[in-house]
Structure formats: structure tokens, C-alpha cells
Design a protein around this ligand. Sequence first.
Ligand SMILES: *Cc1c(COP(=O)(O)O)cnc(C)c1O
Length: 437
Amino acid sequence: MNYYSTNHLAPDASLEEAVIRGLAPDRGLYMPGTIARLPQAFFHALPTQSLQTIACRVADAFFGEDIPAGTLHELVNDTLNFPIPLVPVTDRIYSLELFHGPTLAFKDVGARFMARLLGYFIRKKELHREVNVLVATSGDTGSAVANGFLGVEGIRVCVLYPKGKVSAIQESQFATLGQNITALEVDGTFDDCQALVKSAFMDRELNDRLFLTSANSINVARFLPQAFYYFWAYAQLLQQHPQGAHELVICVPSGNFGNLTAGLIARRMGLPVKRFIAANNRNDVFYQYLQTGVYTPHPSIETLANAMDVGDPSNFARILDLYGHSHAAICADISGATYTDDAIAHTLHHTYATHHYLLDPHGACGFQALSDQLTHGQTGIFLETAHPAKFKATIDQTLGDAVLEIPDRLQAFMRGTKQSLPVSKRFEEFKEWLMER
Ligand SMILES: *Cc1c(COP(=O)(O)O)cnc(C)c1O
């Protein structure tokens, strides 16, 4: 299948080109050339299928032309080696718990798939040099990417993060790994880290010497696999509460809008979702766009749900593209919601007290939006995008420090030894280090 750029100024790309490039040369985002509707038989069979079986079928629709079925199914099964349960919170609101993977957040799905896909391309080409993945992180992306690529042959990952500006829990998830993962602790800000990565991609000498690529969230190999679990959520709802499937509303806590866009694609493939809600924190450019038709990016504002602190979401371009730039068409399928930190804290508290369900600050926006907007006869599913333990300080402050249990796999990270290399924010120094690898 070919991938086109949302800016329509770059030539179409093959899957391999789109994955290795990430961003199209015209700075647009790649979109799949066709979005195939899945047959009725697939939907009829859903209640009896496993997550892996469903995901393989959806993967066939995206990648079946480009990757042999056996290999593709291996990649999918290997990616999804953890459960994604649908858990009732109230009699009509369900949580899709996407936090049972290695780094306790939904980004594990896309990052693990991308790592395995890139590994496959490297093997197929018999490239006799390693691929270097460079990623700048302010916290969560680094852990999902580093753990996704951990131990994948032929790939080395370099995570750049700002010294003193990520939490100890976050740092432990990418700076303790060793093997093919190197963490660079940059004496600077997140913007300095990003600038180093950008300069590296633009440096001719470096690119002649090394095969460099990025693994950011706009990559089609991270973005499309997120459609898998929308079908799985629906399959579980059919099992648990079949009447609820008639009027289904799915709510997605959104920052860069990759997760929501993958849901919109699932709907295009025939998933019977009535409508979507995009739940925002105070970074609500999309919410404002829905109200006014005007898109006004702004610098990001720090909030309790910090993985959604995005002032200019990249996947907005994909949403516009999917709907032919029609504001009316977008509003017909998606509604918005926006919550302050006080509202988030209140929801965390209230949901725990009333329903004995412990949300994280991102899921809290999702749950609250369904509570506020579901109408009579509708059933809601929100994506619980991270485990509350990743936001321990917030949970302890809102609910007291006796509530939260830290999962074993997070404790294991926290026991690891930090192995990062301190570097300055000078590009020449970073380049020299890369050249010597
Ligand atoms: C990345 C992230 C989000 C935002 O997802 P997008 O696809 O960027 O909209 C929400 N919650 C958590 C916990 C995240 O890590």
C-alpha cells in the first residue's frame, strides 16, 4: 500500500519509506492510501475472538500487501504480549485499560510494533550497518520507545532527556536498561534535546556515516497499530454488555491526537461507534476548534495530565485530511471536553470514593467527559491511557499516600541502576560522540 502526505506535495511512499522517514519531505504526515472496510463476517465473529486474532486481521488490512502474513502475525503477537481488559466503572461507563504493558502506558503498543517492523525491514534488506534511533523525550515517550526497541537486533536507541526535568520514576524506565539503549542526560531543557536530534538529522556528514531514524509518535508504524484495540474494546463490550454496543461513545484523552485519529480510522473500517469525544486538559486548542472552526495553536500549559500538554497537536493534520477539511463533518463525529487541574483532581477523588476505581489524571479527563456527555441509552468507553502509579505524586496528594500500589514491573525499573551519560547541549559534542560509536 502507498502512503500519501497530508500536505500532498511529496510523492507517495511505500510502507518502508514512510516508516524510515517518519515525516514526509513536505513536512506532512503520512496517511494510508486506502482504508478498507472490514467484512460483516469479521464483525459477527468479534465476540469469540482474542485480542491477537482481531489485531492480526486489522493488521492484514493495513500491512498485508507489504509484509508476508506469517511474519506480520508474528510481529503483532509479539507486540501484544500483555492484556488490554475492558473494565466496568459504572453501569454504563467502561475503562479500556491500556496500561498493562512494559512501561504502563498505551504508547507501548505503537512503540513495540514499530520496533519489530523496523527490525523486519533491517533483516530483509540485510543492511550491514546498524540503524540508530534518536529520540528526545520529556518523560513518557522515551520509556515506551526504549523498552519497545530493547533487545531488537540491528537497532541502537539513543534517548536524550533534560537533566533534572523528568521524574525519577520516568528516568528509571529508560536510563537503567543498558543493552542497545543509551540514555543521554542533557544539561539543558527538552527543547535543547529536540534541537540536538533535529541538528543530527540535518547534518550531512553524520547521515553519510550513520543510518539515523526517529521513532516519534507521528510515525505510521506507531500510529496505525493503535486502531487494533478499538476493535478489541468493542469485542469485549459485546461479550459483557451486548445492548451497550448499539449506542457506543468512545472517549479519548488527547494530546497529540494520534490515539483519537487511530479510532477514527477504525470507524472508517466499519467499527460501529456512534461518536467520539476528545477529552483535553487546559491545552484545549482542539476543543476551541470544535466550538469556533478556528484552529489557534498556543504554547503548551503545564497540567496534572502532562502527557496531554500539547499546544499544537501534530495529528490535527490527519483529522482534517480524513474529513476533507470540513469543520461540520468533524463536529458531526467528534465532540470535545476540557478540564482544569482542579476538575481532574476532583474526578480522581470522586471516582475512587464512589466507584472504587483508581484513575490516572489522563483517564480522569476521559471518564469525566463521558459522565458529563453520555445521553440516555448510550454506553461509553474511555481509554485509560496510563497506570495511576506513573503519576504517584498527584495520586498521593489527592487521595492520600495509602491508596496507590506500585506494580512489580514499575518497582523493578525503580530498583535498576542509572546508566546515563551526561552531555552538554552543544551539537558538536553530541555529533562527535555519535561518530565514534
Ligand atoms: C501520549 C499520552 C496521551 C496522549 O495521546 P495522543 O495520542 O498524543 O493524543 C494521553 N495519555 C497518556 C498517558 C499519554 O502517555
